[in-house]
Ligand binder design. Structure first.
Ligand SMILES: [Ca+2]
Ligand SMILES: [Ca+2]
Ligand SMILES: [Ca+2]
Length: 481
């Protein structure tokens, strides 16, 4: 270590985790240092120090000061220029490239330990980190070529495959550095050239969330040289010129620079790394809840669920409640049976009722009441809308009150159209059918009588007659199952 560096750093070479070190300092001197903007810099190989580029934490709270955090003389990735610095705040990883003869080894430092990320055949002369990816812009490429390179990193900080992002542009840009705001705006400082040569130093931006296009914010003289850029923890964009070691704040709207001086000993930096802590990107929206599959029964209480479809009347069907499913969660207005909607009352309300109409198919295949409330609705009898799943199965679809989709399938049978008296050949079928319809008439009555049991006390004699019938029909149903 040279005298010059000792003078600069005022201490021995240290290998400390950057933010752990800063956290310690912050803990010790909270009032003084809590809001100090710290950025990181890769030092230019310079005779003013020990001739190797090192990495420093730079405090820009007042006059710039620099603290050594990595000594390149012990660099296990070989000698070369350090550049392309970028910092992943969330994981305390300081990325930087080591340039050597036209290729770059990309590394990161964490807790003083160095990890090799990947190699690229390109010189990486700038870099920034944003949302789990390392970015750098390729310089000296022909207009229209790929400009911005994105390297998503894994949880362990090591890179996946590089992705080239095409960026629209007017000129050829050689970037000193790039820096990305928490809002996803990438700022760059580049030497701009046309066919005839350099035309100026431009301060540029790209909205990473929008169309990828270099927008020129300001243009300065070629002699000024490009800027190295980094956002501090305070959200301010800072810059330094490699040739002079002078630091600035940058107005991102105008590109205007305000000098804040140089480090003691005028260290020169090839690149800067931001240290701002951006809120993590919002988590992806949760997957839509899975559809609820329900049991249904057509013509609840009958086996099978037969009905006649003739455009007159209604088809009665139940969404069955169970231990796991409370039918009061269903939005009745959304229900369809074989694409036929629920009928509505005059007031527009769906023609539905909560009743324990059916269930418990294990013990009663005919579907007697099981103690769980069901949602029984009358569906529009419309042969034109009618679209069952197949000749035996029909679906009820709809949604819960919270919007979750609901569906269920059940067996059905279509009764033939009312018998034509002239056709004698179908006599036997007709009589069977008429038996069934008699039964169904009875059980309709029985349904009514149940209700009237509860509500109407005055019609006792009628009721007892009907209830007897209803008991009979129940029994017969159970037997038939
Ligand atoms: Ca950088
Ligand atoms: Ca640079
Ligand atoms: Ca039930």
């Amino acid at each position: 270590m040279s005298d010059a560096r000792r003078h600069t750093c005022g201490n021995k070479t240290i290998h400390a985790p950057f933010h752990a070190l800063l956290a310690l300092i912050t803990l010790l001197l909270p009032a003084v240092l809590a809001a100090e903007p710290i950025i990181y810099g890769t030092e230019l190989n310079s005779a003013s120090t020990d001739g190797s580029g090192d990495i420093f934490a730079i405090d820009l709270g007042g006059s710039p000061t620099a603290t050594l955090v990595y000594d390149a003389s012990e660099n296990p990735v070989g000698q070369g220029q350090f550049d392309g610095a970028a910092y992943d705040f969330a994981n305390d990883r300081l990325y930087f490239g080591v340039l050597n003869q036209g290729s770059t080894t990309l590394n990161f430092l964490n807790g003083g330990a160095l990890t090799v990320v990947t190699s690229t055949r390109t010189d990486v002369l700038n870099g920034a980190f944003y949302e789990q990816a390392y970015y750098y812009a390729i310089g000296s490429s022909a207009p229209g070529g790929d400009e911005l390179v994105r390297l998503p990193v894994n949880a362990d900080g090591v890179g996946n495959a590089f992705t080239s992002l095409q960026v629209l542009r007017e000129l050829i840009y050689d970037f000193g550095d790039i820096a990305i705001s928490c809002e996803g705006v990438l700022y760059g400082s580049a030497l701009a050239s046309d066919d005839r040569g350099p035309v100026g130093v431009e301060f540029l931006s790209i909205d990473l969330e929008g169309e990828l296009r270099w927008n020129t914010i300001a243009t300065g003289p070629v002699e000024d040289g490009t800027l190295q850029l980094a956002f501090g923890e305070d959200g301010v964009l800072y810059a330094t010129r490699t040739a002079t070691g002078e630091f600035f704040t940058v107005d991102t709207d105008s590109g205007a620079l305000t000098s804040i001086g140089s480090t003691p000993g005028t260290l020169q930096f090839t690149d800067l790394a931001s240290s701002q802590s951006c809120p993590p990107p919002p988590p992806p929206p949760p997957p839509p809840p899975e559809d609820v599959v329900v049991d249904i029964e057509i013509n609840p209480g009958r086996d099978p669920g037969c009905f006649r479809l003739n455009g007159r009347g209604a088809v009665r069907a139940a969404v069955l409640g169970s231990l796991d499913f409370d039918v009061s969660a269903v939005d009745p207005a959304t229900l369809t049976l074989g694409a036929m909607p629920v009928k509505t009352r005059r007031n527009g309300m769906p023609l539905c009722a909560f009743e324990d109409a059916s269930g418990d198919f294990a013990n009663y295949p005919a579907g007697g009441p099981d103690g769980y409330m069901d949602l029984v609705c009358k569906y529009l009898d419309d042969p034109e809308l009618w679209s069952p799943v197949d000749e035996d199965t029909v679906a009820i679809t709809g949604s819960l009150l919270d919007g979750t989709a609901l569906s269920g399938e059940g067996e059905y049978c279509l009764k033939p159209a009312r018998p034509d008296k002239s056709k004698k050949s179908r006599k036997s079928r007709k009589s069977k059918k008429s038996d069934k319809s008699k039964k169904s008439d009875k059980s309709k009555k029985s349904d009514k009588s149940k209700k009237s049991d509860k509500s109407k006390k005055s019609e006792k004699s009628k009721k007892s007659d009907k209830s007897k019938k209803s008991d009979k029909s129940k029994k017969s149903r159970k037997k038939s199952g």
